[in-house]
Design a binder for this molecule. Structure first.
Ligand code: UGA
Length: 481
C-alpha cells in the first residue's frame, strides 16, 4: 500500500521505516528540509536500536522523503498524521499542527483517502479532523478518519512496533477498518516474522501473533491516553509504596515483586525510582486531565499521580542531603542524564531536574551518560563537567549518584569505583544494586524504598542502615528468587 506519513519525528520516523519493512511504499513528509536531507543521507537523528539498519535498507527504495504534503497525499491511499502535539500553558494538547495537516490534505483529494491519527491526541480529535476537512472542501464520502495510536517506548521503539502486545485500529467505517487491517496484515498473519530479513524478536516480546483490536475512533483515542495514565499511575503507586517501605524498614523491591507476581497486577512498571519523565507521560497526563475536565470530571487521581512523581525527586534530594549533610561545595559524580536507559532523550528527564537542583544548592556536578551527554550539554549550565566513563566521573567525588537505569551502570567494577571516589558513598535513584553487595565493597549505599546498607563498622552511625544479621537474611531471600 502507498502510505504518506506526515512528521518525521520519533513516531513518524519509526512508523515509516517499520511500515516500509512490512512491504509498504512509504513517503515521509516534513517541512524541515535539513532534517529530510540528513535522513536521505542515512543519518539517524535519534538513538534507537535497529533504526539505522532499517533506514539504510529502505531509503531510496520503499522509503522516500518529501516536503510536498499535497503531492504526497495525492499519491497515497493512507495518510498518517504523526506531527507534534506539544502541551499548551494550560496543559492541553496543542493541535494546531494536526489541524494544518488536515487542511492541506483536504485540498489534495482526488481519490479516496484514509487519514490516520498516529500522534497522541485527545478524544474527539478524529471528529475535528473530519470537520476541518469538510470545511475545506473535501467531499464526505471521499475520505475517512481513523485513530491508530502507537505504544512505542523510546529505545525499543522499532521492536515495540514490530512485536506489539496489540494493534488498536479505531475506525468508524468498514472501508477504513479494511485498510488498517491490510496495512498490519504482515504482522497479524505472522508473514513478516517468517521473512529472512525480519528484525529479530526481542527477549520478553509476546510470542503470539499480535491481535488487531477494532474499536471506534473515540475509543482508540481514549485507549492511548488511558494507557499512559495507567502506566504512570503504576509507577507513582510503586513510589508511594517505596516511601512507606523506607519508613518501616521494608524492602520495596521485594514488596513490588510480591505485588507484581499477582497476574492481575503484573510486575512491569512497578520499579520505584526518582519518578517518571520523558516526552510522553508528563505531557499526556496533563492532556488527559484536561480532557476529563472538559467532560466535567475532576480526575483527581491524576493530580495525585503527578504530585507523587514530583515529590519523589524531592525525597531523593533529601536523601542526598542526609547522606552528605551539606551540599555546598561537594563534588558529586552523576551517572545518567537521559530520562531512562537506552535513549539519548533528556526531555523532562528527572536526572536533569535533579542536577539543576543540586547546582542551585552549590554542589559541583561531574556527569557521565552513555548517550545523552551531547543533548545535556545544550540544556545544562556550563558549570557541569562531563566525564568519558563512570570511573572518571567518580574520581575524587564526595559521592556517586545514579539517576538513570542504564544497563551499563548496573555492571560497574565496584572495587575500582570505591578506589576512585573520595568517600565510598552511593545514592542510587534507580535501585541498580543490592545493598549487601555494595556494603561488602565498602560502600554506604542509599537506594529507593530499601534500607541503607553500610559496611559493618559504620552500621549504627547511619540512620536506617541494616544490621548485619538482617542483611544476611535479605541476601538469602534474594538468592531464592
Ligand atoms: C511511554 C510508554 O511506555 C509507551 O507505551 C508510549 O507509547 C510512549 O510513552 C508514548 O506515549 O509515546 P517512553 O516515554 O518511551 O514510553 O518511556 P517508558 O519506558 O514508558 O518510561 C517512562 C518513564 O518512566 C521513564 O522516566 C522511566 O525511567 C520511568 N519508569 C518506568 C519508572 O520510573 N519505573 C518503571 O517501572 C518504569
Amino acid at each position: 500500500m502507498r502510505i504518506a506519513i506526515v512528521g518525521s519525528g520519533y513516531v513518524g520516523l519509526v512508523t515509516g521505516v517499520c511500515l516500509a519493512d512490512l512491504g509498504h511504499e512509504v513517503v515521509l513528509v516534513d517541512n524541515d528540509t535539513a532534517k529530510l536531507a540528513a535522513l536521505q543521507r542515512g543519518e539517524v537523528p535519534i538513538h534507537e536500536k535497529f533504526l539505522p539498519e532499517l533506514l539504510a535498507r529502505h531509503r531510496g527504495g520503499r522509503l522516500r522523503f518529501s516536503v510536498d504534503l499535497a503531492a504526497s497525499a495525492r499519491d497515497c491511499e493512507a495518510v498518517f498524521i504523526a506531527v507534534g502535539t506539544p502541551p499548551t500553558e494550560q496543559g492541553d494538547a496543542d493541535l494546531s499542527y494536526v489541524e494544518s495537516v488536515a487542511r492541506d490534505v483536504s485540498g489534495s483529494i482526488s481519490s479516496y483517502k484514509l487519514v490516520v491519527e498516529k500522534s497522541t491526541v485527545p478524544v474527539y480529535t478524529s471528529g475535528w479532523i473530519r470537520r476541518i476537512m469538510l470545511r475545506n472542501g473535501a467531499k464526505a464520502d471521499s475520505f475517512d478518519v481513523a485513530s491508530n495510536p502507537e505504544f512505542l517506548r523510546e529505545g525499543t521503539a522499532v521492536t515495540d512496533f514490530l512485536y506489539p502486545d496489540r494493534i488498536v485500529a479505531g475506525s468508524d467505517t468498514e472501508r477504513s477498518s479494511k485498510i488498517l487491517r491490510q496495512i498490519y496484515e504482515p504482522l497479524t498473519s505472522g508473514r513478516y516474522y517468517s521473512e529472512a530479513h525480519a528484525v529479530p524478536r526481542p527477549e520478553g516480546a509476546p510470542t503470539h501473533l499480535p491481535p488487531l483490536m477494532l474499536t471506534s475512533a473515540k475509543s482508540a483515542e481514549l485507549i492511548k491516553h488511558a494507557s499512559n495514565a495507567f502506566l504512570a499511575m503504576k509507577i507513582s503507586f510503586a513510589n508511594a509504596v517505596a516511601s512507606v517501605c523506607e519508613s518501616v524498614g521494608a524492602d520495596a523491591k521485594q514488596v513490588c515483586q510480591g505485588i507484581g507476581m499477582d497476574a492481575r497486577i503484573g510486575s512491569r512498571f512497578l520499579n520505584p525510582g526518582i519518578g517518571y519523565g520523558g516526552s510522553c507521560f508528563p505531557k499526556d497526563l496533563l492532556a488527559f486531565r484536561s480532557v476529563a475536565r472538559e467532560c466535567g470530571l475532576d480526575f483527581r487521581l491524576l493530580d495525585e499521580v503527578i504530585r507523587i512523581n514530583e515529590e519523589q525527586r524531592q525525597r531523593f534530594l533529601r536523601k542526598v542531603r542526609s547522606a552528605l549533610w551539606t551540599l555546598r561545595g561537594k563534588r558529586l559524580a552523576v551517572l545518567g542524564l537521559a530520562f531512562k536507559g537506552g535513549t539519548d532523550d533528556i526531555r523532562e528527564s528527572p536526572a536533569i531536574l535533579l542536577i539543576q537542583a543540586l547546582l542551585q544548592e552549590g554542589s559541583q556536578v561531574v556527569a557521565h551518560d552513555p548517550a545523552a551527554m551531547p543533548r545535556a550539554k545544550e540544556a545544562l549550565p556550563a558549570a557541569v563537567e562531563y566525564a568519558a566513563n563512570p570511573y572518571d566521573a567518580a574520581r575524587g567525588a564526595d559521592a556517586l549518584l545514579i539517576l538513570t537505569e542504564w544497563e551499563e551502570d548496573a555492571q560497574l567494577d565496584l572495587a575500582r569505583l570505591a578506589q576512585e571516589l573520595k568517600y565510598p558513598i552511593v545514592v542510587d535513584g534507580r535501585n541498580l544494586y543490592e545493598g549487601s553487595l555494595m556494603a561488602q565493597h565498602g560502600f554506604t549505599y542509599y537506594s529507593v524504598g530499601r534500607p541503607t546498607a553500610a559496611p559493618e563498622e559504620h552500621v549504627g552511625s547511619i540512620p536506617g542502615s541494616i544490621p548485619k544479621a538482617d542483611r544476611k537474611e535479605a541476601v538469602g531471600a534474594e538468592g531464592e528468587r
